[in-house]
Design a protein around this ligand. Sequence first.
Ligand SMILES: [Zn+2]
Length: 207
Amino acid sequence: MNTIGFEAAAVRDVAPCCGYGVAVSAGDAVRITDVEGQQPCDFWAFSRADVFEHLSCEHTKPSIAKRFPRIGDAAYTNRRRAIVTLLADQSPGQHDMDFAACDAARYLQLGADERHPNCADNLRLALSTLGLVLPYTPQPWNLFTNFFLESNGSFTIKAPATNAGDYVILRAEMDAYIVVSACPQDQNDTCGGRPTGLRFETGRPNL
Ligand SMILES: [Zn+2]
């Protein structure tokens, strides 16, 4: 946790089970707040110069030698360039980089209706509002998601440990499109059983 300031220029409330996308410039920051607590945020970042360069969990982990970034660490693209840096983390600090976004097939796999809202569709819709099409779903950085690895290699997704108002601040390291999804997962503990909304702010860090 640290306490850098943040000057918000725009605020967007992301409704439960919905997504949002925005273009930012290098040096801009975003603050993402878990409004009610226990709500994961699927997070994607894409280079505005070439949308096929995007945040890659697989490339971030070897770049930082951690399972996900901590304060001061960047997340990296599939071309191994820093795309965002975690400036502040007012949360318990669990931000999974191991899980694919939920999608129609995942809900079918869990016995739910394939028309269930899902983060992959939220990404596609948010990209379309930005005039973009991507023929696949990059693995998101699952902010606030509480992936727990057992010593025997098995794992559980526990309910997020976040409280209402917990947030992270991320700085764009290149001109980027940022997309978030308030994950609608209600078939297990990913969202503590009750999907809620997020607050998404763009602005400047006040260092
Ligand atoms: Zn999801």
